[in-house]
Design a protein around this ligand. Structure first.
Ligand code: FES
Length: 116
C-alpha cells in the first residue's frame, strides 16, 4: 500500500537544483524541478551509499550526476545511461504529483511519517 505526502510548494524548488527531504526516519529523498516537471529520487547513491544526491548536477538529458564520483542516473527511471556496461546499479525513484502548486511524493506505507 502507498500514499502521498506533501513536501513543499513548487515555487520552493529552484530550477535544476536539488533539495533534500526526510520522508521517514531512515529515508531521505532528493527532489529536483526541471522546468515544469518535478522528479524525486533516493538521496543515497547506489555506488558508495553517499547521501549527497540532492547536490548533484542535472544535465540536458535529465541525468543526475552524483557529486562524489560522477556516476549518472536518469531522473525519470533511475537507470544509468546506455553504454555504461557493468553498471547495474539503479537509483530508487518516487512518483510525484502536483496539486494546487503543492508537491506530493508517493511513499510506501512503511516509510510514511507525519510531515508538516
Ligand atoms: S558515491 Fe556516488 S558516484 Fe560514488
Amino acid at each position: 500500500m502507498s500514499d502521498y505526502i506533501k513536501l513543499c510548494k513548487v515555487s520552493d524548488l529552484p530550477n535544476r537544483r536539488g533539495r533534500k527531504f526526510t520522508i521517514a526516519e531512515d529515508t531521505d529523498i532528493a527532489v529536483f524541478r526541471v522546468g515544469e516537471k518535478i522528479y524525486a529520487v533516493s538521496n543515497i547513491c547506489p555506488h558508495n551509499q553517499s547521501e549527497f544526491m540532492y547536490d548533484g548536477y542535472v544535465d540536458e538529458e535529465l541525468y543526475l550526476a552524483c557529486p562524489i564520483h560522477g556516476w549518472q542516473f536518469s531522473l525519470e527511471s533511475g537507470k544509468v545511461p546506455l553504454g555504461c556496461t557493468g553498471l547495474s546499479a539503479k537509483l530508487e525513484t518516487y512518483k510525484v504529483k502536483i496539486e494546487n502548486d503543492e508537491v506530493w511524493v508517493e511513499v510506501k506505507e512503511k516509510k510514511k511519517k507525519w510531515f508538516w
